[in-house]
Design a protein around this ligand. Structure first.
Ligand SMILES: Cc1ncc(C[n+]2csc(CCOP(=O)(O)OP(=O)(O)O)c2C)c(N)n1
Ligand SMILES: [Mg+2]
Length: 584
């Protein structure tokens, strides 16, 4: 075993696992290791804020399927990672969060930047490795890298800062190659049996299909059954949108075609999806989940099987391999869905055409408040703008989306032909996710156009990272929806709180001007006719290394709210507040 310092063992293990990029903000706690990065061939990408670094590591891993790694100073640098780690947890991103800690000899004395760093991350990581002895640096580093990948989620590597020093004998590990199988034969047999007998099978293609590189296998199975395929919520890139069996996403602001088709299913194959509760709520007034259908669920995590929706068959397996195994079982046997194939094909076409026509006609929001507020506005209707963006997006673009009303409405207008293209804020739903995430994605895939959709409120949280784009030459495009409000939450005040707007209106500067003063391009777009060209030019400018902020001036109208399911009309007890009661 070669003798080396713990810093060398840490860095050599990163190299052995193929890590070439690390995001973070420098700090004395790990400077001894950082000092080695250039010679090790690791690019250190300094960011504006550690949360940005964490999201960049997330976006990097989502675009590449490789580890995203972030690192920061003990104490405050590490607490800044909490939000980004929680987001990566719910996005199932293999992020390794390296958290140098107070020195082991002073922990507990209340020194500088001291914190117990493991509890912060306990519930938002898949694995926590604590280097309890410097001689174990290589071992724990490797284990965290392995765990993040095999558990598909963040792993924390906690290192007391004095443990970077010394000299020990280390074995530098290679990545473990752990492959998951398709699932138990009996479960796959049952799944095939149900699907063979189904008259209206529908496939839900989830994140697991993307993570397992299983889109081709999902397509093959769908074609064998001629089953329509719906994307699970915010995984619009889990099935090619130009395929005749693609029907669009379920969930908030999703595709009515997808919802109306799955509502008719007698057998649902949920492939690589946990069927998250938010992503399967009724939408557009359609309670689409087919309550009498038999559900087959495939997930690598057995704890997800039947957790949210009742299932008939659970398969603990890899989505790609399970799809292939089911397809093989269906070969050379009678398939009931073939008998009514033409009728279902016509139904799929009809639902898709109806939804497209409805989207095209849906030029603005039609609720009373939206109509009133948008009246006479010189600005663009968000839906029309989103349609123009959709048309102009390059075919190989990667798009990240934030949490906001307009970002959510974009769910209906985002279609992808290849996986690893859509990086939404997923279930953690934090404002400020999209911009740093797309920066990380661009580092992983510099040849692909990278576009973030961000509301103006969320932009305020995240635009600082323009500096990272400019300083580090990472060219991306930010499309900022300037509606002068925290719209998604304001919508609740419109619907439930008598239009009393507390904290929801925003007085903004010119975001294009700010971008220019930070060294990026900034373009204000006010007219629908300019949207497509502006996006094309901005994507083109990425080839010249330039980052562009497109400041889209839009009306204040708002689409359906996020959480109609979770809100109640106010009913007060004290006389003082009585006037705020709403009688629905
Ligand atoms: C970090 C964080 N803070 C607060 C919220 C609550 N929240 C959800 S959406 C939203 C409004 C988003 O406004 P904006 O980004 O301007 O987009 P818009 O809804 O106007 O399109 C807020 C405050 C959140 N999701 N995340
Ligand atoms: Mg806004």
């Amino acid at each position: 075993m070669p003798r080396m310092t713990p810093s060398e063992a840490f860095v050599e293990t990163l190299v052995s696992f193929g890590v070439t990029d690390v995001f973070g903000i420098l700090g004395s706690a790990y400077m001894d290791a950082l000092d080695l990065f250039p010679d090790a061939g690791i690019r250190f990408i300094p960011t504006v804020h550690e949360q940005g670094a964490g999201h960049m590591a997330d976006g990097y891993s989502r675009a590449s399927g490789r580890h995203g790694v972030c690192i920061a100073q003990n104490g405050p640098g590490i607490t800044n990672f909490v939000t980004s780690t929680a987001a990566a947890f719910w996005a199932h991103s293999p992020v390794v969060v390296v958290t140098p800690e107070t020195g082991s000899m002073t922990q507990g004395l209340g020194g500088f930047q001291e914190a117990e760093q493991l509890p912060f991350f306990e519930k938002i990581t898949r694995y926590q490795g604590h280097v309890n002895n410097p001689a174990r640096m290589a071992e724990f580093t490797a284990r965290c890298l392995d765990m993040a990948m095999s558990e598909r989620g963040p792993a924390q590597l906690n290192i007391p800062r004095d443990y970077f020093y010394g000299e020990f004998d280390y074995q530098i590990a290679e990545p473990k190659k752990i492959l998951r199988g398709p699932g138990a034969d009996e479960s796959l047999d049952e799944a095939a049996e149900l699907l063979a007998g189904a008259k209206f099978p529908v496939i839900v293609s989830g994140g697991g299909v993307i993570f397992s590189d299983g889109v081709a296998e999902c397509v093959e199975l769908a074609e064998m059954l001629h089953a329509p395929v719906v994307n699970s919520y915010l995984h619009n890139d889990s099935f090619p949108s130009d395929h005749p069996l693609w029907t669009g996403p379920l969930g908030y602001q999703g595709s009515k075609a997808a919802m109306k088709l799955i509502a008719q299913a007698d057998v649902v194959l949920a492939l690589g999806t946990r069927l998250g509760p938010f992503g399967t709520l009724p939408q557009h007034g359609i309670d689409y989940w087919p309550k009498n259908a038999k559900v087959i669920q495939v997930d690598t995590d057995h704890r997800m099987l039947g957790l949210v929706k009742q299932i008939s068959v659970g398969v603990v397996g890899d989505a790609k391999r399970a799809a292939r195994a089911i397809t093989q079982r269906l070969q050379n046997r009678p398939i009931a869905a073939r008998d009514n194939r033409d009728r279902r094909a016509a139904e799929i076409d009809r639902q898709k055409a109806e939804w497209e026509a409805e989207l095209t006609d849906w030029t603005h929001e039609k609720d009373a408040w939206s109509v009133e507020i948008a009246k006479g506005s010189p600005y663009m209707h968000p839906r029309q703008m989103l349609r123009e963006l959709e048309k102009a997006l390059p075919g190989d673009a990667m798009v990240s989306t934030d949490i906001g009303n307009i970002c959510s409405v974009s769910n209906s207008y985002l279609r992808f032909r290849q996986p690893n293209s859509m990086f939404a804020a997923m279930s953690f739903g934090n404002c400020g996710y999209a911009f740093p995430t797309i920066i990380g994605a661009k580092v992983a895939a510099p040849e692909r156009p990278a576009v973030a959709y961000v509301g103006d409120g969320a932009w305020g949280m995240s635009f600082g990272e323009i500096l990272t784009c400019v300083r580090e030459s990472i060219p991306v495009t930010a499309v900022v929806f300037h509606n002068k409000q925290w719209g998604a939450e304001k919508k609740n005040q419109v619907d439930f709180y008598g239009r009393r707007f507390v904290g929801s209106n925003l007085d903004n500067p010119s975001f294009a001007e700010i971008a220019r003063s930070m060294g990026a391009e900034g373009i204000v777009v006010e007219n629908l006719g300019d949207v497509g060209e502006a996006l094309e030019k901005a994507c083109d400018a990425q080839k010249q290394g330039r980052t562009t902020v497109l400041e889209m001036m839009v009306t204040r109208e708002l689409g359906d709210p996020f959480r109609r399911d979770a809100l109640k009309f106010p009913k007060r007890s004290l006389g003082k507040y009585e006037h705020t009661n709403i009688d629905p």
